[in-house]
Design a protein around this ligand. Structure first.
Ligand SMILES: Nc1ncnc2c1ncn2[C@@H]1O[C@H](COP(=O)(O)OP(=O)(O)O)[C@@H](O)[C@H]1O
Ligand SMILES: [Mg+2]
Length: 329
């Protein structure tokens, strides 16, 4: 059936299939965390960044490293700590006594794939340095701007917010993340699989080789192909209605939402729905693609009211309610 055909990249047939192979491979390396794997690929295909929240030891670091091992480029991890400075992330100007000039020494943000580990352990200035560079694709020092690499993807991790001694990310800047992904403990089957996998790894000296490698051009081609995924007007209206319902004063969740989602959410939902369709090998996005992305796209973009907090209503429940109330085309 022709409408089941994937949108081929004009230069690369079967590109979607290669991405699917990567997805399967990652799923065999990071067990029982399908959502995290899917979101990593979606971020790659949309050019977005992820905020991943969950307790330690759930393969967050492992997941981004495995992804980086598939994509041609540099990987770097920055551990955020209370004494980190903005320049430890972005870079510093260094004085050269021989000619009295300053040269910019790039910070670790100048890498293709970046793990910003435990972002909420560093103060707001450092977080802002990261988030601004993410949003602008460049670092400004004095009057000079230094562009970040064209392939630039951040996965930031965050401890669950109840933790002591942490600095919550500023609400207004959370918007810069394409998606906010929650990771939870694996079930017992997955946990048995993890044991077997880690035992096998410890018994072997060789790194498992990914079956496919993606060049940076592959990633850029995938972005073009995902942009070409067709979205019917009715699906687009649905997507807009979902985001608008987070803001409507008489909407289904008005009591629970202080500030609704911005147009950045609309854009992100559109990108994620298309990327999801493309990764699934389809040439058109459906309402189900929108729904599948809705929680992770909207979760960090709706600011709950005191009433919601008092009643123990979570943003997940608010988004469930939206999906129940907004008519599906
Ligand atoms: N779902 C999983 N699949 C494969 N390995 C896992 C999984 N969960 C945990 N592990 C193993 O547990 C250890 C902790 O993973 P790590 O990526 O360091 O966690 P985090 O960064 O979330 O704290 C690693 O050795 C990893 O191999
Ligand atoms: Mg880690």
């Amino acid at each position: 059936m022709s409408d089941q055909q994937s949108v081929e990249s004009p230069t690369q047939p079967n590109l979607a299939r290669r991405f699917q192979e990567c997805q399967r491979w990652l799923g065999s390396r990071i067990l029982g965390q399908q959502a995290l794997v899917d979101r990593l690929l979606m971020a790659l295909v949309t050019g977005g960044h992820l905020l991943v929240e969950g307790p330690p030891g759930l393969a967050k670091t492992r997941a981004i490293k495995e992804l980086a091992s598939i994509v041609h480029g540099d990987f770097h991890r920055i551990q955020f700590t209370p004494d980190l400075l903005p320049s430890d992330v972005t870079g510093t100007e260094i004085y050269r006594p021989q000619d009295g000039s300053f040269v910019f020494q790039q910070g670790p943000i100048f890498n293709n794939v970046l793990l910003a580990d435990e972002v909420n352990r560093a103060p707001a200035k450092v977080q802002s340095a990261l988030l601004e560079a993410m949003a602008e694709g460049q670092v400004s020092v004095g009057r000079t701007t230094y562009p970040l690499p064209e392939l630039f993807m951040v996965m930031a991790t965050q401890n669950p917010i109840e933790q002591e001694g942490t600095y919550p990310l500023p609400e207004a800047q959370l918007d810069r993340f394409l998606m906010h992904v929650e990771v939870n403990y694996p079930d017992s089957d997955a946990e048995a699989g993890i044991l077997a996998l880690v035992r096998a790894e410890q018994g072997s000296t060789e790194m498992a080789e990914p079956p496919v490698q993606l060049s940076q051009q592959d990633v850029f081609d995938a972005r073009q192909a995902a942009l070409a995924v067709y979205m019917a007007d009715s699906v687009e209206r649905y997507l807009i209605a979902l985001v608008q319902a987070t803001r409507a004063a008489d909407g289904p969740v008005a009591r629970y939402v202080d500030f609704g989602a911005s147009p950045r959410a609309t854009i992100a939902l559109d990108q994620c729905a298309r990327a999801g369709a493309w990764l699934a090998g389809r040439d058109h996005a459906t309402p189900a693609d929108v729904q599948a992305a809705a929680h992770d796209v909207l979760r960090h973009r709706v600011l709950l009211t005191f009433e919601a907090d008092a009643q123990g209503i979570t943003s997940n429940q608010v988004i469930d309610e939206l999906l129940n109330e907004v008519p599906v085309p």
